[in-house]
Design a protein around this ligand. Structure first.
Ligand SMILES: Nc1ncnc2c1ncn2[C@@H]1O[C@H](COP(=O)(O)OP(=O)(O)OP(=O)(O)O)[C@@H](O)[C@H]1O
Ligand SMILES: [Mg+2]
Length: 282
């Protein structure tokens, strides 16, 4: 075997052994900004040199493809139906992110047959060999599919807005994940805040109650300012970090991307993410 061959084998071995980190983006209340955060975070991490996949795991009301304005011909419903292979569903976005579109109105994941579930999990595990980070945009609430994706992720970011209803629902997600003995990193991101202080106070309120009543540590993922540029970008169907890289929301999200990249917050687990999802159903 030549030196070149050996180097190629080593590279392949390193590629196979590098752990893929998974981040589930969840919320209690709907409409608090999960999809925008998932998408823009994926783009920032990709720009930071990570190989990133973005999965729209909202199997009820998937809409990331609308947000991206991606020309998506196939989605997870086709994979589940067996009419498409996962390779036909993975869409390489111009920003470098591998995107897997979800399916609107699909049966909840928990209601799929064992065969369909095994097939979906097996198909999605392809992403683990090609990416350093997988960001999973979950549906709102504490339905079984959301919980299973979140429980299997290395890191779960619960997104909330600073209003009382969103805060109560975010706490409910934290409570259910804790009851299920979630083993990953749990953090809270406060979106649509007036200022940094509102983000800090909201995190403190939730983290304090979680510490006292659930005995769980909720890390501070950060905050994102309520920024009219986000709505503008959504209307233009462009990710806001690309449309307005210097806007306040982009700068807040860049802080989160930096934190995730540098803090080791994305802990490694030995078994694959999608295998763990399958185990949760077992
Ligand atoms: N930081 C922000 N500043 C201003 N507006 C925002 C911000 N984040 C989100 N929004 C607004 O909230 C809307 C909903 O965002 P998004 O679709 O990302 O929420 P979601 O949590 O994914 O919703 P769903 O629960 O329906 O999946 C956006 O279309 C945008 O108008
Ligand atoms: Mg969404």
């Amino acid at each position: 075997m030549t030196l070149d061959d050996q180097a190629a084998r080593l590279r392949e071995l390193m590629r196979q052994t590098r752990a893929t980190r998974t981040i589930a983006i969840c919320s209690g209340k709907g409409g608090v900004g999960k999809s925008n955060i998932a998408l823009n975070l994926a783009i920032l991490l990709s720009a930071g040199g990570h190989r990133v996949a973005l999965v729209d795991a909202d199997l009820g009301l998937a809409n990331l493809d609308v947000l991206i304005n991606a020309d998506v011909r196939a989605n997870l419903s086709h994979v589940i139906a067996g009419t498409c292979a996962i390779d036909d569903v993975i869409c390489d976005l111009p920003c470098g992110v591998q995107f897997v579109a979800g399916a609107s109105g699909l049966a909840r994941l928990a209601n799929l047959t064992e065969f369909q579930r095994a097939h979906l999990v097996q198909s999605l595990s392809v992403l683990e060999s090609d990416n350093d980070v997988i960001i999973v945009d979950c549906g709102a609430g504490i339905g079984p599919d959301v919980l299973h994706f979140a429980c299997a992720a290395d890191s779960t970011v619960v997104v909330t807005a600073p209003e009382p209803t969103a805060i109560t629902d975010a706490y409910a997600v934290i409570k259910v994940l804790t009851q299920r003995e979630y083993a990953g990193q749990l953090s809270l991101l406060v979106n649509m805040v007036e200022d940094r202080q509102e983000g800090r106070v909201t995190h403190e309120r939730i983290a304090d109650v979680a510490r006292r009543f659930l005995n769980v540590r909720v890390l501070q993922a950060g905050y994102v300012i309520s920024d009219p540029k986000v709505k503008d970008a959504v209307k233009r169907r462009e990710p806001f970090v690309l449309a307005y890289p210097r806007c306040q929301a982009s700068r807040c999200l860049a802080a989160l991307a930096n934190k995730l990249s540098s803090s080791g917050c994305l802990s490694e687990r030995k078994d694959g993410f999608f295998r763990r999802v399958a185990n949760w159903f077992a």
